[in-house]
Design a binder for this molecule. Structure first.
Ligand code: UD1
Length: 344
């Protein structure tokens, strides 16, 4: 019975955190959210409530403040699992402000592990990234691929956090952990009541696409068409955020049911399919009927050429696989863009 289970979601008002909170509530879990609102909005709580008819417990705290995080566990001794999202995530910013990333992402991870240990909480799912593979030598990339030198401080924090978890697990008998390595999460909840809301000019492709279609940005720059790919533009594995959210439920249930083979496991969370930037542009135009103003410009520094996931390990062991398509994801991202602009 999962109904009486309580899961703590750090960064639960962020993009992936909010969609994950919804999936857990839909499965009957109690959800406690902590978020410092550093890159999210309090209104997201209303969105979660409108979708699920449940308002999760919410604490506006910074997880690096150890006493405050500890207080949440003391208030909710029933918390038996944690999903840790709370971290800065902008690759470019991390290059310019590395200490902001090391300070928050690494101290946040340490604080979460310490609070769990002090409060007898045994199950952790960590939000990692395919960025740990860099440009893989073999595609699709499996979980056994080597960790490459990080291309950014952001990427390095994901590698270090995985190592921190591994080290803490070795020193404890009763901690079970899973790192989910996300490929490129996109899209929004089917209700269009929650979605991705970047502050300022978006770095990521899909928000830039939807904002350009809406007229907020004049033109989308496609970064490079001279890659060694079919149409010359870079290839990524775009995964619908709802599928991604469901992978967290599968991961927590694997830990709760003691089905894990190791106390630190890693799973790729992608679709197994690569799409080029131009395929994304064309699919967006097809599913929305909107024309996108774009032009090809130089490559973006630090971008890799191509990556997509080998999903066999997750399918077999997590019993999870992506079900929604690129078209579904782009359509939902467009519905969300229209909804949020109408709200403003
Ligand atoms: C990056 C990170 C990833 C992180 C993700 C979300 C790396 C290697 N990857 O992924 O870990 O989870 O951000 O924050 O650190 N593009 C354009 N025009 C644009 C924007 C993007 O052509 O205006 C192209 C990019 O060159 C790339 C693709 O679209 O080929 C996807 O870019 P983006 O959405 O920024 O994600 P990644 O860089 O793949």
């Amino acid at each position: 019975m999962k109904e009486n289970r309580t899961v703590l979601v750090t960064g639960g008002l962020g993009y992936i955190g909010s969609h994950t909170a919804v999936e857990f509530i839909n499965k009957g879990y109690n959800v406690v959210i902590v978020d410092n609102l550093g890159n999210s909005r309090i209104e997201v709580l209303d969105g979660i409530e409108s979708i699920t008819a449940v308002r999760p417990h919410f604490y506006k705290i910074d997880i690096t403040q150890k006493e405050e995080l500890d207080r949440v566990f003391k208030d909710h001794p029933e918390i038996d699992s944690v999903i840790h999202f709370a971290a800065w995530k902008a690759v470019g910013e991390s290059v310019n402000k590395p200490l902001k990333y090391y300070d928050n992402n690494l101290n946040g991870m340490a604080s979460v592990l310490e609070a769990m240990t002090n409060n007898n909480c045994h199950n952790l799912v960590f939000s990692s990234s395919c960025t740990v593979y860099g440009q893989p030598d073999v595609l699709p990339v499996t979980e056994a691929a080597p960790i490459k030198e990080a291309l950014s401080p952001y990427g390095f924090t994901k590698q270090v956090c995985e190592t921190m978890i591994k080290d803490v697990v070795k020193s404890k008998d009763d901690l079970k952990t899973i790192a989910l390595r996300y490929f490129n999460p996109i899209g929004a909840h089917e209700s269009a009541l929650i979605g991705e809301l970047p502050l300022g000019v978006p770095d990521n492709l899909i928000p830039f696409v939807t904002q350009t279609a809406y007229g907020i940005r004049e033109q989308l720059s496609v970064f490079g068409d001279d890659y060694n790919t079919e149409d010359g533009t870079a290839v990524r594995d775009y995964i619908h955020v709802t599928d991604l959210a469901k992978a967290h439920v599968a991961a927590i249930e694997r830990l709760i049911d003691n089905k894990n083979n190791d106390t630190f496991e890693v799973f790729n969370v992608g679709t197994g399919k690569g799409n080029s930037v131009l395929e994304v542009v064309n699919t967006f135009e097809q599913v929305t009927g909107e024309k996108l103003n774009y032009k090809i410009v130089d490559r973006r520094a630090g971008d890799i050429e191509k990556v997509w996931a080998d999903t066999a390990f997750a399918e077999k062991n997590l019993g999870w696989k992506a079900e929604l398509t690129l078209a579904d994801a782009l359509k939902s991202a467009w519905e969300w863009e229209k909804y949020i602009r109408a709200e403003d």
